[in-house]
Unconditional design. Structure first.
Length: 99
């Protein structure tokens, strides 16, 4: 049996049933939306270090600029510290070679 793309009503019905069940089991807070879920996934992926192209691919976006809107709230402090530590280490290594 061939399966086609979701219709709006089909997706809406399945999402509502899934969301209601998860809310009843207290696995999610009431009010979760698909857009909110997509934002959370994109933010989590950005915090994990994925670049915008990969996030766009995973979200089904055609260009990274479309995915750029989702992870703006990502906490990148830890990633930035790792990057700076890597740069400092490379700088120390380069100085050691010069001496």
């Amino acid at each position: 049996m061939a399966v086609g793309p979701w219709t709006y009503n089909g997706l809406s019905t399945v999402w509502h049933r899934l969301k209601t069940g998860l809310e009843k089991e207290a696995l999610i807070a009431p009010g979760l939306t698909l857009k909110g879920l997509r934002h959370t996934v994109a933010t989590t992926l950005r915090e994990a270090g994925l670049d915008e192209r990969r996030i766009a691919d995973l979200l089904g976006q055609k260009t990274p600029s479309k995915a750029r809107n989702y992870p703006r709230s990502a906490n990148l402090a830890d990633k930035n510290r790792e990057t700076m530590a890597t740069l400092e280490q490379r700088k120390r290594e380069a100085r050691a070679k010069i001496v």
